[in-house]
Ligand binder design. Structure first.
Ligand SMILES: Cc1cc2nc3c(=O)[nH]c(=O)nc-3n(C[C@H](O)[C@H](O)[C@H](O)COP(=O)(O)OP(=O)(O)OC[C@H]3O[C@@H](n4cnc5c(N)ncnc54)[C@H](O)[C@@H]3O)c2cc1C
Length: 400
Protein backbone atom coordinates (compact mmCIF):
# COMPACT_ATOMS: atom_id res chain seq x y z
CA UNK A 1 0.00 0.00 0.00
CA UNK A 2 1.26 3.42 -0.93
CA UNK A 3 -0.77 6.32 0.44
CA UNK A 4 1.64 9.10 -0.46
CA UNK A 5 -0.09 11.99 -2.20
CA UNK A 6 0.56 12.41 -5.90
CA UNK A 7 2.04 15.65 -7.22
CA UNK A 8 -1.41 16.47 -8.64
CA UNK A 9 -3.04 16.03 -5.23
CA UNK A 10 -0.39 18.11 -3.48
CA UNK A 11 -0.89 20.93 -5.95
CA UNK A 12 -4.70 20.82 -5.78
CA UNK A 13 -4.58 20.55 -1.99
CA UNK A 14 -2.59 23.79 -1.74
CA UNK A 15 -5.00 25.57 -4.06
CA UNK A 16 -8.04 24.19 -2.30
CA UNK A 17 -6.85 25.12 1.19
CA UNK A 18 -6.05 28.63 -0.02
CA UNK A 19 -9.49 28.87 -1.65
CA UNK A 20 -11.25 27.65 1.50
CA UNK A 21 -9.44 30.22 3.67
CA UNK A 22 -9.91 33.09 1.27
CA UNK A 23 -13.44 32.47 0.00
CA UNK A 24 -15.39 29.64 1.64
CA UNK A 25 -15.09 30.07 5.43
CA UNK A 26 -15.76 33.84 5.21
CA UNK A 27 -18.86 33.12 3.08
CA UNK A 28 -20.50 30.69 5.53
CA UNK A 29 -22.26 33.45 7.45
CA UNK A 30 -23.33 35.28 4.30
CA UNK A 31 -24.73 32.03 2.89
CA UNK A 32 -26.84 31.47 6.02
CA UNK A 33 -28.05 35.09 6.05
CA UNK A 34 -29.05 34.99 2.40
CA UNK A 35 -31.01 31.77 2.91
CA UNK A 36 -32.76 33.26 5.95
CA UNK A 37 -33.72 36.33 3.94
CA UNK A 38 -34.83 34.49 0.78
CA UNK A 39 -38.50 33.99 -0.09
CA UNK A 40 -37.63 30.37 -0.94
CA UNK A 41 -35.02 28.89 1.45
CA UNK A 42 -34.20 26.15 -1.06
CA UNK A 43 -33.08 28.57 -3.75
CA UNK A 44 -29.35 28.80 -4.31
CA UNK A 45 -28.10 31.94 -2.54
CA UNK A 46 -26.28 34.45 -4.79
CA UNK A 47 -23.04 34.03 -2.81
CA UNK A 48 -22.93 30.37 -3.83
CA UNK A 49 -23.14 31.27 -7.53
CA UNK A 50 -20.22 33.64 -7.05
CA UNK A 51 -18.17 31.03 -5.20
CA UNK A 52 -18.90 28.42 -7.86
CA UNK A 53 -17.87 30.77 -10.68
CA UNK A 54 -14.59 31.47 -8.89
CA UNK A 55 -13.93 27.79 -8.11
CA UNK A 56 -14.62 26.82 -11.68
CA UNK A 57 -12.35 29.55 -13.05
CA UNK A 58 -9.57 28.15 -10.88
CA UNK A 59 -10.06 24.57 -12.07
CA UNK A 60 -11.39 23.39 -8.69
CA UNK A 61 -14.44 21.84 -10.28
CA UNK A 62 -15.90 18.31 -10.47
CA UNK A 63 -12.81 16.95 -8.77
CA UNK A 64 -14.83 13.96 -7.52
CA UNK A 65 -15.24 12.59 -11.05
CA UNK A 66 -12.81 9.76 -11.58
CA UNK A 67 -13.73 9.47 -15.27
CA UNK A 68 -11.21 11.27 -17.46
CA UNK A 69 -13.78 12.47 -19.96
CA UNK A 70 -15.93 14.19 -17.31
CA UNK A 71 -13.60 15.79 -14.80
CA UNK A 72 -9.93 16.09 -13.93
CA UNK A 73 -9.79 12.30 -13.76
CA UNK A 74 -8.36 11.91 -10.27
CA UNK A 75 -8.20 8.48 -8.66
CA UNK A 76 -10.16 7.87 -5.45
CA UNK A 77 -6.92 8.01 -3.50
CA UNK A 78 -6.07 11.35 -5.09
CA UNK A 79 -9.52 12.80 -4.43
CA UNK A 80 -9.85 11.62 -0.82
CA UNK A 81 -7.66 14.32 0.82
CA UNK A 82 -9.38 16.98 -1.27
CA UNK A 83 -12.83 15.80 -0.15
CA UNK A 84 -11.61 16.06 3.43
CA UNK A 85 -10.70 19.72 2.98
CA UNK A 86 -14.06 20.48 1.32
CA UNK A 87 -15.85 18.72 4.18
CA UNK A 88 -14.44 21.17 6.73
CA UNK A 89 -17.21 23.55 5.68
CA UNK A 90 -20.84 22.50 5.40
CA UNK A 91 -21.06 24.55 2.19
CA UNK A 92 -17.72 23.31 0.82
CA UNK A 93 -18.79 20.53 -1.48
CA UNK A 94 -21.47 22.65 -3.16
CA UNK A 95 -18.88 25.29 -4.02
CA UNK A 96 -16.84 22.79 -6.01
CA UNK A 97 -19.83 20.93 -7.57
CA UNK A 98 -18.97 17.90 -5.49
CA UNK A 99 -22.19 17.50 -3.50
CA UNK A 100 -24.61 14.64 -3.12
CA UNK A 101 -26.98 13.60 -4.54
CA UNK A 102 -25.64 15.11 -7.79
CA UNK A 103 -22.28 13.37 -7.49
CA UNK A 104 -23.86 9.90 -7.28
CA UNK A 105 -26.27 10.72 -10.08
CA UNK A 106 -23.48 11.99 -12.32
CA UNK A 107 -21.56 8.83 -11.54
CA UNK A 108 -24.58 6.74 -12.62
CA UNK A 109 -24.97 8.71 -15.84
CA UNK A 110 -21.26 8.47 -16.61
CA UNK A 111 -21.26 4.71 -16.04
CA UNK A 112 -24.65 3.64 -17.36
CA UNK A 113 -26.11 6.52 -19.40
CA UNK A 114 -26.50 6.32 -23.18
CA UNK A 115 -24.90 9.02 -25.34
CA UNK A 116 -28.25 10.82 -25.51
CA UNK A 117 -28.85 10.60 -21.74
CA UNK A 118 -25.35 11.84 -21.01
CA UNK A 119 -25.73 14.76 -23.40
CA UNK A 120 -29.12 15.74 -22.00
CA UNK A 121 -28.43 15.31 -18.27
CA UNK A 122 -24.77 14.69 -17.43
CA UNK A 123 -23.47 17.74 -19.25
CA UNK A 124 -25.67 20.30 -17.45
CA UNK A 125 -25.01 18.56 -14.12
CA UNK A 126 -21.26 18.81 -14.68
CA UNK A 127 -21.81 22.50 -15.42
CA UNK A 128 -24.04 22.81 -12.33
CA UNK A 129 -26.63 24.40 -14.61
CA UNK A 130 -29.21 22.06 -13.10
CA UNK A 131 -29.51 19.91 -9.96
CA UNK A 132 -30.90 16.42 -9.46
CA UNK A 133 -32.38 14.03 -6.90
CA UNK A 134 -32.30 10.29 -6.24
CA UNK A 135 -35.67 8.76 -5.35
CA UNK A 136 -35.45 5.37 -3.70
CA UNK A 137 -36.57 5.45 -0.03
CA UNK A 138 -40.26 4.94 0.77
CA UNK A 139 -42.11 5.79 3.98
CA UNK A 140 -44.22 2.62 3.86
CA UNK A 141 -41.41 0.04 3.89
CA UNK A 142 -38.04 -0.58 5.54
CA UNK A 143 -36.00 0.88 2.72
CA UNK A 144 -32.62 -0.07 4.10
CA UNK A 145 -33.58 -3.39 2.50
CA UNK A 146 -34.10 -2.15 -1.04
CA UNK A 147 -35.85 -5.38 -2.07
CA UNK A 148 -38.81 -3.93 -0.13
CA UNK A 149 -39.22 -0.97 -2.47
CA UNK A 150 -42.82 -1.09 -3.64
CA UNK A 151 -43.07 1.72 -6.21
CA UNK A 152 -43.89 0.44 -9.66
CA UNK A 153 -42.51 1.03 -13.14
CA UNK A 154 -44.96 -0.44 -15.66
CA UNK A 155 -44.46 -0.54 -19.41
CA UNK A 156 -47.25 0.98 -21.49
CA UNK A 157 -46.40 1.13 -25.21
CA UNK A 158 -43.55 3.60 -25.76
CA UNK A 159 -43.70 4.78 -22.15
CA UNK A 160 -43.19 3.61 -18.60
CA UNK A 161 -45.76 4.60 -16.00
CA UNK A 162 -44.46 5.26 -12.46
CA UNK A 163 -46.45 5.10 -9.25
CA UNK A 164 -45.45 5.28 -5.57
CA UNK A 165 -44.63 7.40 -2.55
CA UNK A 166 -41.01 8.35 -1.74
CA UNK A 167 -39.52 10.37 1.08
CA UNK A 168 -36.33 12.03 2.23
CA UNK A 169 -35.61 12.77 -1.40
CA UNK A 170 -32.74 15.24 -1.07
CA UNK A 171 -32.51 18.06 -3.54
CA UNK A 172 -36.03 17.90 -4.88
CA UNK A 173 -37.04 21.21 -3.31
CA UNK A 174 -34.24 23.11 -5.01
CA UNK A 175 -35.90 25.10 -7.82
CA UNK A 176 -32.93 24.14 -10.04
CA UNK A 177 -33.73 20.42 -9.65
CA UNK A 178 -34.61 19.18 -13.14
CA UNK A 179 -33.93 15.45 -12.95
CA UNK A 180 -34.91 12.57 -10.68
CA UNK A 181 -33.46 9.09 -10.79
CA UNK A 182 -36.38 6.93 -9.70
CA UNK A 183 -36.01 3.36 -8.44
CA UNK A 184 -38.99 1.02 -8.58
CA UNK A 185 -40.15 -2.48 -9.34
CA UNK A 186 -40.48 -3.22 -13.06
CA UNK A 187 -40.97 -6.99 -12.69
CA UNK A 188 -42.17 -8.37 -9.34
CA UNK A 189 -41.90 -11.93 -10.72
CA UNK A 190 -38.21 -11.73 -11.64
CA UNK A 191 -35.48 -13.10 -9.30
CA UNK A 192 -35.18 -10.84 -6.23
CA UNK A 193 -32.25 -8.75 -7.47
CA UNK A 194 -33.64 -8.35 -11.00
CA UNK A 195 -37.01 -6.89 -10.02
CA UNK A 196 -35.89 -3.28 -9.74
CA UNK A 197 -35.06 -0.71 -12.38
CA UNK A 198 -33.81 2.87 -12.39
CA UNK A 199 -35.28 5.41 -14.73
CA UNK A 200 -34.66 9.08 -15.53
CA UNK A 201 -37.59 11.36 -14.79
CA UNK A 202 -37.65 15.05 -15.74
CA UNK A 203 -38.72 16.87 -12.56
CA UNK A 204 -41.53 18.75 -14.33
CA UNK A 205 -43.29 15.58 -15.54
CA UNK A 206 -47.01 15.69 -14.66
CA UNK A 207 -47.99 13.49 -11.71
CA UNK A 208 -45.07 14.41 -9.41
CA UNK A 209 -46.24 16.15 -6.27
CA UNK A 210 -44.01 17.27 -3.41
CA UNK A 211 -46.14 16.78 -0.30
CA UNK A 212 -43.77 17.84 2.48
CA UNK A 213 -40.49 19.59 3.13
CA UNK A 214 -38.99 17.21 5.71
CA UNK A 215 -36.64 18.41 8.44
CA UNK A 216 -33.43 16.87 9.72
CA UNK A 217 -33.50 17.28 13.51
CA UNK A 218 -35.51 20.44 12.93
CA UNK A 219 -33.11 21.86 10.31
CA UNK A 220 -34.38 22.45 6.80
CA UNK A 221 -31.42 21.88 4.53
CA UNK A 222 -30.87 24.21 1.61
CA UNK A 223 -31.43 21.36 -0.86
CA UNK A 224 -34.54 20.18 0.99
CA UNK A 225 -35.66 16.62 1.68
CA UNK A 226 -39.06 16.01 0.11
CA UNK A 227 -41.85 13.55 0.57
CA UNK A 228 -43.05 12.98 -2.95
CA UNK A 229 -46.07 11.31 -4.51
CA UNK A 230 -45.71 9.84 -8.01
CA UNK A 231 -49.09 9.24 -9.66
CA UNK A 232 -49.19 7.82 -13.20
CA UNK A 233 -45.98 9.60 -14.13
CA UNK A 234 -45.26 8.81 -17.79
CA UNK A 235 -41.74 8.83 -19.20
CA UNK A 236 -40.50 7.58 -22.59
CA UNK A 237 -38.93 4.10 -22.67
CA UNK A 238 -35.59 5.65 -23.71
CA UNK A 239 -35.32 7.04 -20.16
CA UNK A 240 -34.57 3.60 -18.69
CA UNK A 241 -31.04 3.37 -17.26
CA UNK A 242 -29.42 0.24 -18.65
CA UNK A 243 -31.97 -2.51 -19.08
CA UNK A 244 -35.08 -3.38 -17.11
CA UNK A 245 -33.98 -5.19 -13.94
CA UNK A 246 -30.57 -3.44 -13.73
CA UNK A 247 -31.58 -1.29 -10.72
CA UNK A 248 -29.60 -3.21 -8.11
CA UNK A 249 -26.53 -3.58 -10.27
CA UNK A 250 -26.53 0.18 -10.92
CA UNK A 251 -27.01 0.93 -7.21
CA UNK A 252 -23.98 -1.27 -6.40
CA UNK A 253 -21.88 0.33 -9.14
CA UNK A 254 -22.17 3.82 -7.68
CA UNK A 255 -21.66 2.96 -4.03
CA UNK A 256 -17.91 2.85 -3.50
CA UNK A 257 -16.85 6.37 -4.41
CA UNK A 258 -19.98 7.97 -2.88
CA UNK A 259 -19.26 6.44 0.49
CA UNK A 260 -15.65 7.44 0.35
CA UNK A 261 -16.80 11.03 -0.30
CA UNK A 262 -19.07 10.94 2.76
CA UNK A 263 -16.31 9.46 4.89
CA UNK A 264 -13.66 11.98 3.88
CA UNK A 265 -16.01 14.90 4.38
CA UNK A 266 -16.79 13.48 7.83
CA UNK A 267 -13.07 13.57 8.61
CA UNK A 268 -13.02 17.19 7.46
CA UNK A 269 -15.87 17.98 9.86
CA UNK A 270 -14.06 16.18 12.67
CA UNK A 271 -10.85 18.13 11.99
CA UNK A 272 -12.73 21.42 12.05
CA UNK A 273 -14.46 20.44 15.30
CA UNK A 274 -11.15 19.44 16.88
CA UNK A 275 -9.57 22.73 15.84
CA UNK A 276 -12.50 24.67 17.33
CA UNK A 277 -12.33 22.59 20.50
CA UNK A 278 -8.60 23.30 20.96
CA UNK A 279 -8.95 27.02 20.30
CA UNK A 280 -11.89 27.38 22.65
CA UNK A 281 -10.31 25.36 25.42
CA UNK A 282 -7.23 27.61 25.38
CA UNK A 283 -9.20 30.80 26.00
CA UNK A 284 -12.12 29.64 28.15
CA UNK A 285 -11.19 29.76 31.81
CA UNK A 286 -13.23 27.88 34.44
CA UNK A 287 -12.34 27.46 38.11
CA UNK A 288 -9.05 29.25 37.62
CA UNK A 289 -7.69 27.30 34.65
CA UNK A 290 -8.16 27.26 30.88
CA UNK A 291 -10.21 24.23 29.86
CA UNK A 292 -7.17 23.05 27.89
CA UNK A 293 -5.42 22.38 31.20
CA UNK A 294 -8.16 20.04 32.44
CA UNK A 295 -7.37 16.36 32.20
CA UNK A 296 -10.76 15.45 30.84
CA UNK A 297 -10.57 17.99 28.02
CA UNK A 298 -7.01 16.98 27.20
CA UNK A 299 -8.17 13.39 26.94
CA UNK A 300 -11.00 14.40 24.57
CA UNK A 301 -8.47 16.21 22.42
CA UNK A 302 -5.95 13.37 22.41
CA UNK A 303 -8.58 10.72 21.71
CA UNK A 304 -10.04 12.83 18.90
CA UNK A 305 -6.64 13.15 17.22
CA UNK A 306 -6.04 9.42 17.53
CA UNK A 307 -9.47 8.44 16.19
CA UNK A 308 -9.41 10.88 13.28
CA UNK A 309 -5.98 9.66 12.15
CA UNK A 310 -7.09 6.02 12.39
CA UNK A 311 -10.13 6.71 10.24
CA UNK A 312 -8.18 8.64 7.66
CA UNK A 313 -5.88 5.66 7.18
CA UNK A 314 -8.89 3.37 6.83
CA UNK A 315 -10.42 5.61 4.18
CA UNK A 316 -7.15 5.87 2.27
CA UNK A 317 -6.89 2.09 2.36
CA UNK A 318 -10.44 1.71 0.99
CA UNK A 319 -9.73 4.30 -1.72
CA UNK A 320 -6.51 2.58 -2.68
CA UNK A 321 -8.34 -0.76 -2.87
CA UNK A 322 -11.07 0.72 -5.08
CA UNK A 323 -8.42 2.15 -7.40
CA UNK A 324 -6.29 -0.97 -7.61
CA UNK A 325 -8.73 -3.87 -7.21
CA UNK A 326 -12.13 -2.35 -8.05
CA UNK A 327 -15.22 -1.41 -6.04
CA UNK A 328 -16.36 -5.00 -5.56
CA UNK A 329 -13.07 -6.06 -3.94
CA UNK A 330 -13.31 -3.10 -1.56
CA UNK A 331 -16.88 -3.84 -0.39
CA UNK A 332 -16.04 -4.57 3.21
CA UNK A 333 -13.65 -1.62 3.53
CA UNK A 334 -16.17 0.73 1.90
CA UNK A 335 -18.87 -0.42 4.36
CA UNK A 336 -16.39 0.04 7.21
CA UNK A 337 -15.50 3.64 6.36
CA UNK A 338 -19.14 4.70 6.03
CA UNK A 339 -19.78 3.52 9.60
CA UNK A 340 -16.48 4.32 11.27
CA UNK A 341 -15.91 7.79 9.82
CA UNK A 342 -19.36 9.05 10.66
CA UNK A 343 -19.23 7.60 14.19
CA UNK A 344 -15.87 9.21 14.86
CA UNK A 345 -16.94 12.53 13.37
CA UNK A 346 -20.06 12.53 15.51
CA UNK A 347 -18.08 11.70 18.62
CA UNK A 348 -15.52 14.45 18.00
CA UNK A 349 -18.19 17.02 17.17
CA UNK A 350 -20.05 16.03 20.34
CA UNK A 351 -16.92 16.61 22.46
CA UNK A 352 -16.49 20.00 20.81
CA UNK A 353 -20.12 20.89 21.54
CA UNK A 354 -19.53 20.00 25.20
CA UNK A 355 -16.37 22.09 25.33
CA UNK A 356 -18.28 25.10 23.99
CA UNK A 357 -21.06 24.83 26.58
CA UNK A 358 -24.23 26.66 25.55
CA UNK A 359 -22.46 28.17 22.55
CA UNK A 360 -22.07 24.63 21.23
CA UNK A 361 -25.78 24.18 20.75
CA UNK A 362 -26.33 27.68 19.36
CA UNK A 363 -25.88 28.50 15.70
CA UNK A 364 -22.95 30.81 16.46
CA UNK A 365 -20.61 28.02 15.41
CA UNK A 366 -20.89 25.22 12.83
CA UNK A 367 -20.93 22.61 15.59
CA UNK A 368 -24.65 22.19 16.24
CA UNK A 369 -25.41 21.62 12.58
CA UNK A 370 -22.45 19.29 12.20
CA UNK A 371 -23.82 17.35 15.17
CA UNK A 372 -27.11 16.85 13.32
CA UNK A 373 -25.44 16.04 10.00
CA UNK A 374 -23.05 13.45 11.42
CA UNK A 375 -25.96 11.80 13.25
CA UNK A 376 -28.31 11.76 10.24
CA UNK A 377 -25.58 10.37 8.01
CA UNK A 378 -25.48 7.26 10.16
CA UNK A 379 -28.90 6.52 8.67
CA UNK A 380 -28.80 8.12 5.21
CA UNK A 381 -27.12 6.10 2.45
CA UNK A 382 -27.77 2.94 4.45
CA UNK A 383 -27.91 2.72 8.27
CA UNK A 384 -24.78 1.62 10.14
CA UNK A 385 -26.30 -1.76 10.97
CA UNK A 386 -26.73 -2.63 7.30
CA UNK A 387 -23.08 -1.85 6.53
CA UNK A 388 -21.97 -3.85 9.57
CA UNK A 389 -24.14 -6.72 8.33
CA UNK A 390 -22.31 -6.62 4.98
CA UNK A 391 -18.95 -6.64 6.71
CA UNK A 392 -19.84 -9.49 9.05
CA UNK A 393 -21.20 -11.57 6.17
CA UNK A 394 -17.99 -11.15 4.17
CA UNK A 395 -15.85 -11.85 7.21
CA UNK A 396 -17.70 -15.04 8.21
CA UNK A 397 -17.75 -16.25 4.59
CA UNK A 398 -13.97 -16.60 4.71
CA UNK A 399 -14.32 -19.36 7.31
CA UNK A 400 -17.28 -21.27 5.93
C1 LIG B 1 -30.88 13.40 5.79
C2 LIG B 1 -31.30 12.23 4.94
C3 LIG B 1 -31.22 12.31 3.56
C4 LIG B 1 -31.66 11.26 2.76
N1 LIG B 1 -31.61 11.37 1.39
C5 LIG B 1 -32.15 10.40 0.61
C6 LIG B 1 -32.25 10.56 -0.82
O1 LIG B 1 -31.81 11.56 -1.37
N2 LIG B 1 -32.83 9.57 -1.53
C7 LIG B 1 -33.32 8.43 -0.95
O2 LIG B 1 -33.85 7.59 -1.67
N3 LIG B 1 -33.24 8.25 0.40
C8 LIG B 1 -32.68 9.21 1.18
N4 LIG B 1 -32.63 9.06 2.56
C9 LIG B 1 -33.20 7.87 3.16
C10 LIG B 1 -32.18 6.88 3.69
O3 LIG B 1 -31.38 6.34 2.68
C11 LIG B 1 -32.95 5.81 4.45
O4 LIG B 1 -33.54 6.44 5.57
C12 LIG B 1 -32.12 4.64 4.88
O5 LIG B 1 -31.73 3.84 3.79
C13 LIG B 1 -32.87 3.74 5.90
O6 LIG B 1 -34.13 3.36 5.43
P1 LIG B 1 -35.40 3.57 6.38
O7 LIG B 1 -35.44 4.98 6.82
O8 LIG B 1 -36.58 3.02 5.67
O9 LIG B 1 -35.09 2.73 7.67
P2 LIG B 1 -35.54 1.21 7.97
O10 LIG B 1 -35.18 0.36 6.80
O11 LIG B 1 -36.93 1.20 8.44
O12 LIG B 1 -34.54 0.84 9.16
C14 LIG B 1 -34.74 1.38 10.46
C15 LIG B 1 -33.59 0.96 11.35
O13 LIG B 1 -33.56 -0.45 11.45
C16 LIG B 1 -32.27 -0.86 11.73
N5 LIG B 1 -31.89 -1.95 10.82
C17 LIG B 1 -32.15 -2.05 9.49
N6 LIG B 1 -31.62 -3.18 9.00
C18 LIG B 1 -31.01 -3.81 10.03
C19 LIG B 1 -30.27 -5.01 10.17
N7 LIG B 1 -30.04 -5.81 9.12
N8 LIG B 1 -29.79 -5.34 11.39
C20 LIG B 1 -30.01 -4.54 12.46
N9 LIG B 1 -30.69 -3.40 12.39
C21 LIG B 1 -31.19 -3.02 11.20
C22 LIG B 1 -31.33 0.33 11.54
O14 LIG B 1 -30.95 0.84 12.80
C23 LIG B 1 -32.21 1.33 10.82
O15 LIG B 1 -31.86 2.67 11.11
C24 LIG B 1 -32.17 10.09 3.37
C25 LIG B 1 -32.23 10.01 4.77
C26 LIG B 1 -31.82 11.06 5.56
C27 LIG B 1 -31.92 10.95 7.04
Amino acid sequence: MDFSYSARTDELLDELEYFMDKHVYPAEKVYAEQIAAASNPHEQPPVMRELQAEARAQGLWNLFMTHDDCGVGLTNLEYAPLAEVMGRSLIGNEVFNCSAPDTGNMEILALYGTEVQREQWLKPLLDCGIRSAFAMTEPAVASSDATNIGSTIRRDGDHYVLNGRKWYISGILDPDCRLLIFMGKSDPDAPTYRQQSMILVPADTPGIEVLRDLPMFGYHDRLGHGEVQFTDVRVPVENMLGNEGDGFAIAQGRLGPGRMHYAMRAIGMAERALELMCRRSLVRVAFGQPLAERGVVREWIARSRMEIDQIRLLVLQASWLMDTKGNAAARSEVAAIKVAAMEVAHKVVDRAVQTFGAAGVSDDTVLARMHAVTRALQIADGPNEVHLRTMARLEVKRYR
